[in-house]
Design a protein around this ligand. Structure first.
Ligand code: PLP
Length: 350
């Protein structure tokens, strides 16, 4: 990592140079897509994807009713309206069977999230999208390297967005993101939109933004990308140990993996009806946990204007009330997994 830092430092070229171009080529290869465009973060990657597709004022975009608010915000910032669809209660990913029911003449796109690292049912989503003439944009922020029916996430949609926020499976040392696509025109448009709307310096063809990936993050990501498959293997092994140790614990729901999906365990999320008490118990024992996410987007103050109320998306609300992310990161030992699991078991059997 320090060699990569020094190389960028000594180059005296910090924005849109060789390190970003090299990382883009490497991440496109990894994603099995023709193009990758590095951008400032995951939210901007989603937003630029929508803009490149011409989604804007008066349009509707289907999003999951659960998950992170960034997916909704990108739609709002593009000028369109997010239309939520409930998740499958077992996989927590958007339920393809409910999508057709919310499609209107204004619907332009679907943005599925591969939540917590598990690939969504992309074959069903793509066939629904095709039947209704909709674009698919994958939100691949949590699932670098996952796959559905053997095909990697980030390669299914017309354009796909990801984040390299430090906590993601592939994380930068600051904000960073990218889009992946097989469409040359879309890649070009996003390349222009991220850089003030300019393909040629100081000639601006469209109203663009400053949403660039910087050279230093690009160089660091190239180094880390080489370790990703090793880290993913460790995440899966840790998840397996948790499953062994937590099997049959009363009242505890473990992650369910769809038979055609690969799960890369960005997070290991369990559910319990007394989630808050379980979290306090673990905190007392010195075990840090997180809640992803305590409030669904439709009940956030920021989205009050959409007019939703409690009870509108009961599955998402139930997940928000019961989910708990327990520690899982490459480098954890089997002893740690067993200790955490025994503390969880003790609470649940009490
Ligand atoms: C992290 C995340 C984002 C946003 O990424 P940033 O780089 O923080 O902007 C978007 N969608 C999902 C599902 C995420 O987990």
């Amino acid at each position: 990592m320090s060699a990569a830092f020094e190389k960028v430092y000594d180059s005296y070229w910090y924005i849109l140079g060789k390190s970003v171009t090299d990382f883009e080529a490497e991440y496109a290869t990894f994603s099995q897509t023709r193009f990758c465009v590095g951008v400032s973060n995951g939210l901007d990657a989603l937003y630029l994807s929508l803009r490149a597709l011409g989604v804007g004022e008066g349009d509707e975009v289907i999003v999951p009713s659960n998950g992170y608010i960034a997916t909704w915000l990108a739609v709002t910032f593009a000028g369109a309206t997010p239309v939520p669809v409930e998740p499958d209660v077992e996989t927590y990913n958007i339920n393809p069977a409910l999508i057709a029911g919310v499609v209107t003449s204004r619907t332009k796109a679907i943005i599925p999230i591969h939540l917590y690292g598990q690939a969504g049912d992309m074959t069903s989503i793509l066939s629904i999208a095709e039947a209704h003439g909709l674009h698919v944009i994958e939100d691949n922020a949590q699932s670098h390297g996952a796959s559905f029916k053997g095909r990697i996430t980030g390669s299914w949609g017309i354009v796909n967005a990801t984040s390299f926020y430090p906590g993601k499976n592939l994380g930068a040392l600051g904000d960073a993101g990218a889009i992946t696509t097989n469409d040359e025109q879309i890649a070009h448009k996003i390349g222009v939109l991220r850089n003030y709307g300019s393909a040629k310096k100081y000639y601006n063809d469209v109203l663009g933004h400053n949403m660039r990936l910087d050279e230093l993050q690009g160089a660091l990501l190239s180094v880390k990308l080489k370790h990703l498959s090793n880290w993913t293997a460790q995440r899966k092994e840790l998840a397996g140990w948790y499953r062994d140790a937590l099997q049959g614990v009363p009242g505890l729901v473990l992650p369910h993996v769809h038979p055609d999906a690969e799960h890369v365990y960005h997070l290991f999320v369990v559910r319990h009806l007394r989630r808050d008490e379980l979290q306090s118990h673990l905190t007392e024992k010195g075990i840090g946990t997180m809640i992803h996410y305590p409030v669904t987007p439709h009940l956030q103050e920021a989205y009050r204007e959409l007019g939703y109320a409690k009870g509108d998306f009961p599955i998402a609300e139930q997940l928000a009330a019961t989910s708990l992310s327990i520690p899982l990161w490459p480098g954890m030992t089997r002893e740690m997994v067993e200790w955490i699991s025994s503390e969880i078991r003790e609470f649940c059997e009490r």
